[in-house]
Unconditional design. Sequence first.
Lengths: 276, 219
Amino acid sequence: MRFRAKIVDLACLNHFSRVINTIAKLAKTCTLRLTVSKLYFILNDKVANGGVSMWCDLCQMEGVAAEHNEIYLELVPENLSRALKTAQSAKTVKIKLTNKHCPCLRVAVELPSSSSNSRIVTHDIPVGVIPRRLWNDFREPSVPDFDVSIYLPVLRTMKSVVERMKNLSNSIVIEANLSGEMNLKIETDLVSVTTHFKDLGNPPWASEGGCLSSAQGRDRESMAEARIDIKKLQHLLAGQQVNPTKALCNIVSKRIVHFILLHEDVSLQYFIPALA
Amino acid sequence: FLQAEIFQEFAVQGESVTFRINLSVLLDCLTIFGTSSLPGTSTALRMCYHGYGHPLVLFLEEGGVVTVCKINTQEPDELLDFDFCSTKVVNKIILQSEGLREAFAELDMTSEVLQITMSPEKPYFRLSTFGNAGSAHLDYPRDSDLMEAFHCSQTQTNRYKISLLKPSTKALALSCKVSIRTDAQGFLSLQYMIRNEDGQICFVEYYCCPDEDISEAEV
Protein backbone atom coordinates (compact mmCIF):
# COMPACT_ATOMS: atom_id res chain seq x y z
CA MET A 1 0.00 0.00 0.00
CA ARG A 2 1.68 3.15 -1.07
CA PHE A 3 0.85 6.78 -1.01
CA ARG A 4 2.98 9.70 -2.01
CA ALA A 5 2.04 13.27 -2.68
CA LYS A 6 3.75 16.58 -3.17
CA ILE A 7 2.45 20.08 -2.81
CA VAL A 8 4.42 22.84 -4.46
CA ASP A 9 1.87 25.57 -4.73
CA LEU A 10 1.91 27.83 -1.69
CA ALA A 11 -1.71 28.84 -2.05
CA CYS A 12 -2.78 25.22 -2.23
CA LEU A 13 -0.68 24.52 0.83
CA ASN A 14 -2.37 27.31 2.73
CA HIS A 15 -5.78 25.95 1.80
CA PHE A 16 -4.75 22.54 2.95
CA SER A 17 -3.47 23.92 6.27
CA ARG A 18 -6.64 25.89 6.81
CA VAL A 19 -8.81 22.89 6.17
CA ILE A 20 -6.75 20.78 8.55
CA ASN A 21 -7.01 23.48 11.19
CA THR A 22 -10.78 23.61 10.81
CA ILE A 23 -10.98 19.86 11.12
CA ALA A 24 -8.68 19.80 14.12
CA LYS A 25 -11.12 22.14 15.85
CA LEU A 26 -14.05 19.92 15.09
CA ALA A 27 -12.81 16.48 16.04
CA LYS A 28 -10.07 14.68 17.89
CA THR A 29 -9.68 11.96 15.29
CA CYS A 30 -10.72 11.74 11.72
CA THR A 31 -10.47 9.37 8.82
CA LEU A 32 -8.41 10.26 5.80
CA ARG A 33 -9.50 8.66 2.57
CA LEU A 34 -6.96 8.76 -0.20
CA THR A 35 -7.99 8.06 -3.74
CA VAL A 36 -6.29 8.50 -7.05
CA SER A 37 -7.63 11.97 -7.58
CA LYS A 38 -8.93 13.25 -4.28
CA LEU A 39 -8.31 13.51 -0.58
CA TYR A 40 -11.24 13.19 1.77
CA PHE A 41 -11.46 13.97 5.46
CA ILE A 42 -14.26 12.20 7.19
CA LEU A 43 -15.40 13.03 10.69
CA ASN A 44 -17.86 10.54 11.85
CA ASP A 45 -19.28 11.37 15.20
CA LYS A 46 -21.91 8.68 14.91
CA VAL A 47 -20.77 6.76 17.92
CA ALA A 48 -20.55 9.75 20.20
CA ASN A 49 -23.31 12.06 19.13
CA GLY A 50 -25.59 10.38 16.68
CA GLY A 51 -24.07 12.15 13.87
CA VAL A 52 -22.46 15.05 12.37
CA SER A 53 -20.66 13.79 9.32
CA MET A 54 -18.24 16.09 7.65
CA TRP A 55 -16.67 15.47 4.33
CA CYS A 56 -14.23 17.59 2.56
CA ASP A 57 -12.39 16.88 -0.60
CA LEU A 58 -9.27 18.58 -1.85
CA CYS A 59 -7.94 18.50 -5.30
CA GLN A 60 -4.58 19.54 -6.56
CA MET A 61 -2.09 17.18 -5.12
CA GLU A 62 0.63 16.05 -7.45
CA GLY A 63 1.78 12.55 -7.75
CA VAL A 64 -0.69 10.65 -5.70
CA ALA A 65 0.19 7.04 -6.18
CA ALA A 66 -2.00 4.57 -4.44
CA GLU A 67 -1.59 0.90 -5.22
CA HIS A 68 -5.11 -0.15 -4.58
CA ASN A 69 -7.45 2.56 -5.58
CA GLU A 70 -8.09 3.80 -2.11
CA ILE A 71 -6.51 3.95 1.31
CA TYR A 72 -8.35 4.73 4.53
CA LEU A 73 -6.32 6.03 7.44
CA GLU A 74 -7.29 7.08 10.91
CA LEU A 75 -5.37 10.02 12.29
CA VAL A 76 -5.41 12.83 14.82
CA PRO A 77 -5.82 16.03 12.79
CA GLU A 78 -4.20 18.11 15.51
CA ASN A 79 -0.90 16.34 14.79
CA LEU A 80 -1.14 17.08 11.10
CA SER A 81 -2.10 20.65 11.86
CA ARG A 82 0.97 21.10 14.02
CA ALA A 83 3.22 19.56 11.40
CA LEU A 84 1.90 21.97 8.83
CA LYS A 85 2.61 24.95 11.05
CA THR A 86 6.24 24.66 10.09
CA ALA A 87 5.24 24.73 6.46
CA GLN A 88 4.04 28.29 6.27
CA SER A 89 6.94 29.47 4.21
CA ALA A 90 7.86 26.14 2.72
CA LYS A 91 9.11 25.53 -0.78
CA THR A 92 7.50 22.13 -1.06
CA VAL A 93 5.74 19.64 1.15
CA LYS A 94 5.93 15.93 0.54
CA ILE A 95 3.62 13.51 2.23
CA LYS A 96 4.29 9.81 2.20
CA LEU A 97 2.87 6.77 3.86
CA THR A 98 5.57 4.76 5.58
CA ASN A 99 5.64 1.68 7.75
CA LYS A 100 8.90 1.54 9.65
CA HIS A 101 7.80 0.42 13.09
CA CYS A 102 4.20 1.34 12.71
CA PRO A 103 2.26 3.03 9.97
CA CYS A 104 3.03 6.73 9.76
CA LEU A 105 2.28 9.64 7.53
CA ARG A 106 5.61 11.26 6.91
CA VAL A 107 5.36 14.95 6.21
CA ALA A 108 8.60 16.38 4.85
CA VAL A 109 8.69 20.15 4.68
CA GLU A 110 11.40 21.73 2.60
CA LEU A 111 12.23 25.14 3.98
CA PRO A 112 14.25 27.84 2.31
CA SER A 113 17.57 28.54 3.91
CA SER A 114 20.39 30.95 3.32
CA SER A 115 22.86 28.24 2.41
CA SER A 116 22.55 26.34 -0.82
CA ASN A 117 21.22 23.23 0.87
CA SER A 118 17.58 23.41 1.81
CA ARG A 119 16.52 22.42 5.26
CA ILE A 120 14.06 19.63 5.52
CA VAL A 121 11.88 19.19 8.55
CA THR A 122 10.23 15.82 8.80
CA HIS A 123 7.22 14.92 10.93
CA ASP A 124 6.09 11.36 11.40
CA ILE A 125 2.45 11.19 12.30
CA PRO A 126 1.20 7.84 13.49
CA VAL A 127 -1.89 6.66 11.68
CA GLY A 128 -4.14 3.67 11.87
CA VAL A 129 -4.85 1.80 8.70
CA ILE A 130 -8.48 0.94 8.34
CA PRO A 131 -9.10 -2.50 6.88
CA ARG A 132 -11.15 -2.87 3.76
CA ARG A 133 -13.99 -4.66 5.48
CA LEU A 134 -14.75 -1.50 7.47
CA TRP A 135 -14.75 0.82 4.45
CA ASN A 136 -18.52 0.75 4.23
CA ASP A 137 -18.78 2.72 7.43
CA PHE A 138 -17.12 5.59 5.67
CA ARG A 139 -19.08 5.67 2.50
CA GLU A 140 -19.88 9.14 1.30
CA PRO A 141 -23.49 9.68 2.22
CA SER A 142 -25.63 10.11 -0.81
CA VAL A 143 -27.13 13.52 -1.18
CA PRO A 144 -30.66 12.88 -0.08
CA ASP A 145 -33.65 14.11 -2.02
CA PHE A 146 -34.12 17.38 -0.31
CA ASP A 147 -37.21 19.52 -0.04
CA VAL A 148 -35.55 22.92 -0.11
CA SER A 149 -32.11 24.14 -1.06
CA ILE A 150 -31.13 27.68 -0.05
CA TYR A 151 -28.02 29.82 0.24
CA LEU A 152 -26.99 30.59 3.81
CA PRO A 153 -27.04 34.14 5.18
CA VAL A 154 -23.85 35.98 6.12
CA LEU A 155 -22.16 33.51 8.44
CA ARG A 156 -21.15 36.19 10.92
CA THR A 157 -24.75 37.12 11.64
CA MET A 158 -25.81 33.50 11.75
CA LYS A 159 -22.98 32.77 14.16
CA SER A 160 -23.98 35.58 16.60
CA VAL A 161 -27.61 34.63 16.59
CA VAL A 162 -27.01 30.92 17.06
CA GLU A 163 -24.54 31.58 19.88
CA ARG A 164 -27.11 33.59 21.81
CA MET A 165 -29.81 31.05 21.08
CA LYS A 166 -27.57 28.34 22.43
CA ASN A 167 -27.81 30.01 25.86
CA LEU A 168 -31.56 29.75 25.73
CA SER A 169 -32.34 26.37 24.24
CA ASN A 170 -30.86 22.97 23.38
CA SER A 171 -32.50 22.58 20.02
CA ILE A 172 -33.14 24.91 17.13
CA VAL A 173 -35.51 24.73 14.19
CA ILE A 174 -34.18 25.68 10.77
CA GLU A 175 -36.82 26.32 8.17
CA ALA A 176 -36.51 27.65 4.67
CA ASN A 177 -38.49 27.94 1.48
CA LEU A 178 -37.85 28.32 -2.23
CA SER A 179 -38.46 32.09 -2.04
CA GLY A 180 -35.11 32.72 -0.39
CA GLU A 181 -36.48 32.98 3.14
CA MET A 182 -34.97 31.23 6.13
CA ASN A 183 -35.99 31.31 9.79
CA LEU A 184 -34.11 30.12 12.84
CA LYS A 185 -36.43 29.43 15.74
CA ILE A 186 -36.13 28.38 19.35
CA GLU A 187 -38.91 27.88 21.80
CA THR A 188 -38.78 27.11 25.50
CA ASP A 189 -40.93 27.73 28.55
CA LEU A 190 -39.21 31.01 29.15
CA VAL A 191 -38.89 32.50 25.73
CA SER A 192 -39.36 32.07 22.02
CA VAL A 193 -37.00 33.71 19.55
CA THR A 194 -37.28 33.72 15.78
CA THR A 195 -34.75 35.28 13.41
CA HIS A 196 -35.95 35.96 9.87
CA PHE A 197 -33.56 36.09 6.92
CA LYS A 198 -34.83 37.24 3.55
CA ASP A 199 -33.61 37.44 -0.02
CA LEU A 200 -31.08 34.69 0.46
CA GLY A 201 -31.57 33.17 -2.96
CA ASN A 202 -31.97 29.53 -3.85
CA PRO A 203 -29.40 27.60 -5.87
CA PRO A 204 -30.45 27.04 -9.49
CA TRP A 205 -30.92 23.31 -9.17
CA ALA A 206 -33.47 23.80 -6.46
CA SER A 207 -36.32 24.56 -8.76
CA GLU A 208 -35.19 22.90 -11.97
CA GLY A 209 -35.47 19.15 -12.29
CA GLY A 210 -32.34 17.18 -11.62
CA CYS A 211 -32.59 14.60 -8.90
CA LEU A 212 -34.99 16.58 -6.82
CA SER A 213 -38.32 15.01 -7.32
CA SER A 214 -39.59 16.36 -4.05
CA ALA A 215 -38.54 19.90 -4.85
CA GLN A 216 -40.22 20.02 -8.20
CA GLY A 217 -43.64 21.50 -8.22
CA ARG A 218 -43.19 22.64 -4.66
CA ASP A 219 -45.03 25.69 -3.43
CA ARG A 220 -42.41 28.42 -3.23
CA GLU A 221 -43.71 29.79 0.05
CA SER A 222 -44.03 26.57 1.93
CA MET A 223 -41.30 25.97 4.51
CA ALA A 224 -39.27 22.83 4.94
CA GLU A 225 -38.09 22.52 8.52
CA ALA A 226 -35.94 20.38 10.75
CA ARG A 227 -35.22 20.56 14.48
CA ILE A 228 -31.54 19.98 15.19
CA ASP A 229 -29.14 20.03 18.12
CA ILE A 230 -28.09 23.65 18.51
CA LYS A 231 -24.62 22.79 19.76
CA LYS A 232 -23.82 20.97 16.54
CA LEU A 233 -24.90 23.93 14.46
CA GLN A 234 -22.92 26.32 16.60
CA HIS A 235 -19.88 24.07 16.40
CA LEU A 236 -20.11 23.98 12.64
CA LEU A 237 -20.41 27.76 12.38
CA ALA A 238 -17.68 28.42 14.90
CA GLY A 239 -15.29 26.28 12.87
CA GLN A 240 -15.56 28.55 9.84
CA GLN A 241 -12.62 30.86 10.12
CA VAL A 242 -12.84 32.27 6.66
CA ASN A 243 -15.99 33.20 4.80
CA PRO A 244 -16.71 30.50 2.27
CA THR A 245 -17.10 31.32 -1.42
CA LYS A 246 -20.48 29.63 -1.40
CA ALA A 247 -22.49 28.36 1.51
CA LEU A 248 -25.79 26.62 1.22
CA CYS A 249 -27.94 24.10 2.94
CA ASN A 250 -30.39 21.47 1.85
CA ILE A 251 -33.25 20.58 4.11
CA VAL A 252 -35.12 17.31 4.11
CA SER A 253 -38.16 18.12 6.19
CA LYS A 254 -37.95 16.60 9.67
CA ARG A 255 -35.08 14.35 8.65
CA ILE A 256 -31.77 16.01 7.99
CA VAL A 257 -30.03 19.27 7.18
CA HIS A 258 -27.14 19.08 4.75
CA PHE A 259 -24.71 22.00 4.71
CA ILE A 260 -22.29 22.55 1.86
CA LEU A 261 -19.52 25.10 2.23
CA LEU A 262 -17.24 25.80 -0.70
CA HIS A 263 -13.88 27.45 -0.19
CA GLU A 264 -12.35 27.76 -3.64
CA ASP A 265 -11.34 24.20 -4.37
CA VAL A 266 -12.26 22.69 -1.05
CA SER A 267 -15.76 21.53 -0.34
CA LEU A 268 -16.99 20.67 3.12
CA GLN A 269 -20.23 18.89 3.68
CA TYR A 270 -21.96 18.54 7.03
CA PHE A 271 -24.95 16.39 7.74
CA ILE A 272 -26.89 17.17 10.87
CA PRO A 273 -29.78 14.80 11.49
CA ALA A 274 -33.05 16.06 12.85
CA LEU A 275 -33.90 15.35 16.49
CA ALA A 276 -36.69 12.94 17.17
CA PHE B 1 -33.94 53.80 36.30
CA LEU B 2 -34.04 54.48 32.57
CA GLN B 3 -35.75 57.68 31.63
CA ALA B 4 -38.36 57.66 28.91
CA GLU B 5 -36.29 60.18 26.96
CA ILE B 6 -33.79 57.46 26.08
CA PHE B 7 -36.36 55.99 23.74
CA GLN B 8 -37.46 57.58 20.49
CA GLU B 9 -41.02 56.55 21.23
CA PHE B 10 -42.41 55.67 24.61
CA ALA B 11 -46.05 55.08 25.43
CA VAL B 12 -47.60 53.51 28.51
CA GLN B 13 -51.32 53.06 28.90
CA GLY B 14 -52.47 53.39 32.44
CA GLU B 15 -50.44 54.51 35.38
CA SER B 16 -47.68 52.02 35.49
CA VAL B 17 -46.97 48.53 34.37
CA THR B 18 -44.98 46.06 36.43
CA PHE B 19 -43.87 42.54 35.67
CA ARG B 20 -41.03 40.22 36.48
CA ILE B 21 -38.76 38.87 33.80
CA ASN B 22 -35.69 36.66 33.57
CA LEU B 23 -32.75 39.03 33.28
CA SER B 24 -30.27 36.75 31.53
CA VAL B 25 -32.88 35.82 28.94
CA LEU B 26 -33.60 39.49 28.36
CA LEU B 27 -29.89 40.20 27.95
CA ASP B 28 -29.43 37.33 25.50
CA CYS B 29 -32.30 38.64 23.42
CA LEU B 30 -31.08 42.23 23.43
CA THR B 31 -27.66 41.07 22.27
CA ILE B 32 -28.94 38.51 19.76
CA PHE B 33 -26.89 40.07 16.99
CA GLY B 34 -23.74 40.01 19.08
CA THR B 35 -22.25 42.44 21.55
CA SER B 36 -19.71 44.15 19.36
CA SER B 37 -21.22 46.05 16.49
CA LEU B 38 -19.42 46.70 13.25
CA PRO B 39 -18.87 50.36 12.54
CA GLY B 40 -21.72 51.59 10.40
CA THR B 41 -24.24 49.05 11.59
CA SER B 42 -26.77 49.72 14.27
CA THR B 43 -29.44 47.58 15.74
CA ALA B 44 -33.00 48.85 16.08
CA LEU B 45 -35.23 47.72 18.94
CA ARG B 46 -38.93 47.87 19.56
CA MET B 47 -40.54 46.54 22.75
CA CYS B 48 -44.23 45.83 23.36
CA TYR B 49 -46.21 44.48 26.24
CA HIS B 50 -49.90 43.81 25.86
CA GLY B 51 -50.67 43.49 29.52
CA TYR B 52 -51.01 40.92 32.24
CA GLY B 53 -50.43 37.41 31.03
CA HIS B 54 -48.77 38.45 27.79
CA PRO B 55 -45.09 38.03 27.01
CA LEU B 56 -42.75 40.95 26.53
CA VAL B 57 -42.16 41.14 22.80
CA LEU B 58 -38.88 42.47 21.40
CA PHE B 59 -38.34 43.26 17.73
CA LEU B 60 -34.68 43.68 16.81
CA GLU B 61 -33.41 44.54 13.38
CA GLU B 62 -29.88 44.74 12.04
CA GLY B 63 -28.86 44.83 8.41
CA GLY B 64 -32.22 43.67 7.12
CA VAL B 65 -32.40 40.68 9.45
CA VAL B 66 -35.28 40.73 11.93
CA THR B 67 -35.42 38.80 15.17
CA VAL B 68 -38.60 38.53 17.22
CA CYS B 69 -38.30 37.50 20.87
CA LYS B 70 -41.23 36.69 23.11
CA ILE B 71 -40.18 36.53 26.73
CA ASN B 72 -42.64 35.15 29.23
CA THR B 73 -43.38 37.45 32.13
CA GLN B 74 -43.93 36.51 35.72
CA GLU B 75 -45.68 37.88 38.77
CA PRO B 76 -43.70 40.80 40.10
CA ASP B 77 -41.99 40.26 43.44
CA GLU B 78 -42.76 42.56 46.25
CA LEU B 79 -40.15 45.25 46.15
CA LEU B 80 -38.15 45.41 49.33
CA ASP B 81 -38.97 48.67 50.95
CA PHE B 82 -36.04 49.97 52.88
CA ASP B 83 -38.09 52.86 54.06
CA PHE B 84 -35.27 55.15 53.18
CA CYS B 85 -36.72 58.57 53.24
CA SER B 86 -34.97 61.46 51.53
CA THR B 87 -36.06 63.81 54.25
CA LYS B 88 -34.47 61.76 56.98
CA VAL B 89 -31.02 61.80 55.47
CA VAL B 90 -28.36 62.50 58.05
CA ASN B 91 -25.26 62.57 55.87
CA LYS B 92 -24.85 63.07 52.16
CA ILE B 93 -21.82 63.17 49.88
CA ILE B 94 -21.61 63.39 46.13
CA LEU B 95 -18.36 62.18 44.65
CA GLN B 96 -17.01 61.84 41.16
CA SER B 97 -16.96 58.15 40.41
CA GLU B 98 -13.39 58.01 39.22
CA GLY B 99 -12.35 58.73 42.78
CA LEU B 100 -14.13 55.67 44.09
CA ARG B 101 -13.36 53.27 41.30
CA GLU B 102 -9.77 52.66 42.26
CA ALA B 103 -10.68 52.42 45.91
CA PHE B 104 -13.33 49.79 45.29
CA ALA B 105 -11.06 47.87 42.96
CA GLU B 106 -8.44 47.67 45.70
CA LEU B 107 -10.75 46.81 48.56
CA ASP B 108 -9.40 44.05 50.74
CA MET B 109 -11.80 41.24 49.95
CA THR B 110 -10.68 39.20 52.91
CA SER B 111 -12.55 41.69 55.04
CA GLU B 112 -16.15 40.72 55.69
CA VAL B 113 -17.31 44.27 56.03
CA LEU B 114 -16.77 47.67 54.54
CA GLN B 115 -16.92 50.37 57.18
CA ILE B 116 -18.03 53.80 56.07
CA THR B 117 -17.42 56.82 58.25
CA MET B 118 -18.98 60.16 57.42
CA SER B 119 -18.41 63.18 59.57
CA PRO B 120 -18.44 66.98 59.56
CA GLU B 121 -14.98 66.75 61.07
CA LYS B 122 -11.90 64.74 60.22
CA PRO B 123 -11.68 62.17 58.70
CA TYR B 124 -14.76 63.51 56.79
CA PHE B 125 -15.21 60.43 54.59
CA ARG B 126 -13.38 57.20 55.33
CA LEU B 127 -13.63 53.70 53.90
CA SER B 128 -12.17 50.97 56.10
CA THR B 129 -11.62 47.26 55.78
CA PHE B 130 -10.46 44.69 58.33
CA GLY B 131 -8.93 41.76 56.55
CA ASN B 132 -6.40 39.02 57.13
CA ALA B 133 -3.50 41.33 56.44
CA GLY B 134 -4.72 44.01 58.78
CA SER B 135 -6.96 47.04 58.56
CA ALA B 136 -6.89 49.57 55.78
CA HIS B 137 -8.33 53.06 55.75
CA LEU B 138 -8.94 55.29 52.78
CA ASP B 139 -9.69 58.94 53.55
CA TYR B 140 -11.22 61.52 51.26
CA PRO B 141 -10.68 65.11 52.40
CA ARG B 142 -13.64 67.41 52.29
CA ASP B 143 -12.00 69.86 49.96
CA SER B 144 -10.81 67.25 47.47
CA ASP B 145 -11.43 67.96 43.78
CA LEU B 146 -13.48 64.79 43.57
CA MET B 147 -15.96 65.95 46.16
CA GLU B 148 -18.91 67.62 44.45
CA ALA B 149 -21.08 68.06 47.49
CA PHE B 150 -20.53 67.49 51.18
CA HIS B 151 -23.40 67.70 53.66
CA CYS B 152 -22.61 65.87 56.84
CA SER B 153 -24.31 66.87 60.06
CA GLN B 154 -23.37 63.99 62.33
CA THR B 155 -20.50 61.64 62.75
CA GLN B 156 -21.64 58.20 61.71
CA THR B 157 -19.76 54.98 61.39
CA ASN B 158 -21.52 52.04 59.83
CA ARG B 159 -20.43 48.65 58.62
CA TYR B 160 -21.88 46.85 55.64
CA LYS B 161 -21.28 43.33 54.43
CA ILE B 162 -18.79 43.66 51.61
CA SER B 163 -20.41 40.84 49.65
CA LEU B 164 -23.60 42.89 49.46
CA LEU B 165 -21.78 45.91 48.11
CA LYS B 166 -19.65 44.09 45.56
CA PRO B 167 -22.31 44.04 42.82
CA SER B 168 -22.51 47.80 42.95
CA THR B 169 -19.02 48.10 41.51
CA LYS B 170 -20.45 47.38 38.05
CA ALA B 171 -22.63 50.46 38.28
CA LEU B 172 -19.68 52.38 39.66
CA ALA B 173 -17.61 51.47 36.63
CA LEU B 174 -20.20 52.92 34.25
CA SER B 175 -21.15 55.98 36.24
CA CYS B 176 -19.80 59.51 36.28
CA LYS B 177 -21.06 60.51 39.73
CA VAL B 178 -22.20 58.76 42.86
CA SER B 179 -24.22 60.01 45.78
CA ILE B 180 -23.75 58.37 49.17
CA ARG B 181 -26.39 58.96 51.82
CA THR B 182 -27.14 57.48 55.23
CA ASP B 183 -30.13 57.89 57.50
CA ALA B 184 -30.40 57.74 61.28
CA GLN B 185 -30.52 53.93 61.29
CA GLY B 186 -27.38 53.72 59.20
CA PHE B 187 -29.18 52.54 56.08
CA LEU B 188 -27.04 53.30 53.08
CA SER B 189 -28.27 54.67 49.78
CA LEU B 190 -25.92 54.69 46.80
CA GLN B 191 -27.10 56.46 43.68
CA TYR B 192 -25.05 56.15 40.50
CA MET B 193 -25.56 58.59 37.68
CA ILE B 194 -24.77 56.99 34.31
CA ARG B 195 -24.54 58.98 31.14
CA ASN B 196 -24.99 56.98 27.94
CA GLU B 197 -23.48 57.67 24.50
CA ASP B 198 -26.20 60.10 23.53
CA GLY B 199 -25.74 62.08 26.72
CA GLN B 200 -28.91 60.80 28.34
CA ILE B 201 -28.92 60.07 32.03
CA CYS B 202 -29.92 56.92 33.86
CA PHE B 203 -29.69 56.09 37.52
CA VAL B 204 -28.87 52.94 39.41
CA GLU B 205 -29.78 52.87 43.09
CA TYR B 206 -28.49 50.56 45.76
CA TYR B 207 -29.87 50.33 49.23
CA CYS B 208 -28.02 48.44 51.89
CA CYS B 209 -28.76 47.92 55.54
CA PRO B 210 -25.97 48.07 58.07
CA ASP B 211 -24.42 44.89 59.43
CA GLU B 212 -26.46 44.33 62.54
CA ASP B 213 -24.06 42.53 64.86
CA ILE B 214 -21.53 45.29 64.84
CA SER B 215 -23.91 48.25 64.85
CA GLU B 216 -25.72 46.95 67.89
CA ALA B 217 -22.50 46.69 69.76
CA GLU B 218 -21.73 50.31 68.95
CA VAL B 219 -25.06 51.48 70.30
